[in-house]
Design a protein around this ligand. Structure first.
Ligand code: ADP
Length: 516
């Protein structure tokens, strides 16, 4: 409501209106004119004594604005109603009132009748005696600006949140001129927004990402209000790309005109790095686990490779004997052993290649795979281990299975773990009844359920979940990682690996794969 204002904050209007205001000679007439104006106005018009700023007059709007009746407020000093935090401020400025005339505007908190404070904006004019220049009274027009002040405070709070947010925030005009960058953006991108160094949207982003913004991000945000996608920003200070999750918002004026775009970018460097490390770690684990599986099979495989090599040596010896018998040995007699040497050596080579394939470090790659031939190959690969334990291995897959979507090496690893476990579980059973077989079926949701069944001793624990814990083993030389890894691999394929006892004895391990 009040009135004081230092010289430097006075409005242009106030500076140009230093002429003393003519005061109607008749006090009653002046009040009548004011009352008539005040009657029409939702703003409160009041008059105050100099010094204590007591109300001499208040228009009826005082009741709407402050809850007081006109009678109640007359005689009260405005100082009584000021918010304590604003009083000092006002007093500090008040001396200027005695020296200045004209209009000044002031925003402050004033106490209402019910005790709460409301924000008022007052424009005041000091009224002086034209002859003596004596300050006679202050004429004030006040309006409730609580909503505006609250909105300003809310947007100041938001601006602070944006400024100190860890997300990289930028504002740009529809023609891509940057008008604001928050601290995180300035720091991360190594950019400063200055008058002599204008920035454009393309200065913030990698070329590809700016292209994506132009073709998709901005048009979609313009159309639908927002767009979300992945992008890369360029950091000049770190000379590197920053991967970000980007949100683009379009801001419109009340008339619906596009005024600004804002881009809010979340730095994903750490997340991407963690993902890459996790993938690398998984690759290492996969690789290590394949080496372990291969190690477990090493004796058998050595034997498998040794067999063809021995055969090759025998063929060679046979040929040598024939050649030793005389120069007239017909070539036709050594043609067949030579051919066998070739094919046997190739078989040995195949085994070695499969081992190398299986233990090679590879990036996972999903493809549609026919299960039957894959299972046949695995069975022949495990034949030696099965033979050692006198276990019969068989493929009982139905003919009409659709191909499954899987990474070949990982699927082989799961099956190999399960088959070898099955063989071991049978190894101390009745010799005539040691069987491990593979079976599969298509379920209602078009998933192929693959099962590895055995006639072994059954699960060693009542809760099958325990078997999938890392390092759980009942074997003296076991590592207890096979099932844990197999479960991770099936989950990576969107499937689930489970174990159960078969009612007929033995165990069944099953998992599902999608058919693509
Ligand atoms: P490891 O073979 O090194 O022990 P695994 O994770 O492959 O590690 O298996 C964990 C444990 O689960 C085995 O030690 C065994 O007790 C049990 N198990 C796995 N397969 C079978 C099975 N077919 N029948 C009975 N028990 C099994």
């Amino acid at each position: 409501m009040l009135m004081s204002q230092p010289e430097e904050t006075m409005t242009r209007q106030s500076r140009s209106s230093r002429r003393p205001v003519a005061i109607p000679a008749d006090e009653a007439e002046r009040n009548r004119l004011l009352a008539e104006m005040a009657e029409q106005s939702t703003d409160m018009i009041s008059r105050h004594t100099p010094g204590e700023w007591r109300f001499i007059y208040a228009s009826p709007a005082v009741t709407h604005l402050l809850g007081y009746s006109v009678e109640e407020i007359i005689g009260m000093s405005a100082y009584e109603l000021y918010h304590p935090d604003d009083v000092e401020d006002f007093k500090r400025r008040s001396p200027s009132v005695s020296y200045e005339r004209g209009l000044y505007t002031h925003t402050y908190r004033f106490r209402c009748r019910d005790g709460h404070y409301t924000w008022l904006e007052s424009t005041s004019r000091s009224i002086r005696d034209p002859d003596t220049d004596e300050l006679l009274e202050i004429l004030v027009v006040s309006r409730d600006v609580s909503r505006r002040v609250e909105a300003e405070q809310a947007s100041q709070r938001l601006a602070r949140v944006l400024e100190y947010s860890s997300d990289l925030v930028a504002f740009a005009t529809p023609d891509h001129r940057i008008t604001q960058l928050n601290e995180a953006a300035r720091q991360a991108l190594g950019l400063e927004l200055t008058d002599h160094q204008p920035l454009r949207l393309q200065d913030l982003f990698a070329a590809d990402s700016y292209g994506l913004l132009q073709s998709q991000g901005l048009p979609v945000a313009k159309e639908e209000g927002r767009w979300r996608g992945e992008a890369e920003m360029f950091s000049r200070s770190q000379q590197r790309m920053i991967p970000v999750m980007l949100e683009v918002l379009a801001h419109r004026s009340l008339g619906g005109q596009l005024e600004y775009f804002s881009t809010v970018a979340r730095d994903m460097t750490a997340v991407k790095q963690a993902e890459a490390e996790k993938l690398q770690y998984q690759l290492e684990i996969d690789h290590a686990s394949r080496l372990i599986t291969m190690g477990e099979m090493a004796t058998g495989l050595a034997h498998e490779v040794n067999q063809p090599l021995t055969a090759v040596v025998n063929y060679v010896r046979g040929i040598q004997r024939r050649l030793d018998m005389g120069a007239d040995t017909p070539l036709s007699e050594i043609a067949q052993p030579l051919e066998r040497i070739g094919s046997t050596a190739l078989r040995a080579g195949d085994i070695v290649h499969r081992m190398m394939d299986f233990t090679r470090k590879t990036e996972p790659c999903r493809e549609l795979l026919d299960l039957a031939p894959l299972v046949d190959e695995l069975i022949s690969f495990c034949q030696h281990s099965a033979g050692r334990h006198q276990v019969q291995l068989s493929n009982r897959l139905p003919d009409n299975l659709p191909p499954v979507l899987a990474d070949r090496i990982q699927l082989e690893q799961i099956l190999l773990n399960l088959i070898l476990n099955g063989i071991e579980a049978c190894s101390d059973g009745d010799e005539s009844d040691r069987q491990v077989w593979l079976d599969a079926s298509l379920d209602k949701s078009d998933q192929v359920i693959i099962r590895v069944l055995d006639q072994g001793r059954g699960l060693p624990v009542s809760d099958p979940e325990q078997l999938f814990g890392q390092f759980f083993t009942t074997k003296t030389d076991g590592l207890g990682m096979g099932l844990a890894i197999s479960r991770t691999l099936t989950e990576r394929h969107g499937g689930q690996l489970q174990a159960a006892n078969r009612p007929e004895g033995g165990a069944v391990f099953s998992f599902n794969l999608s058919t693509g």
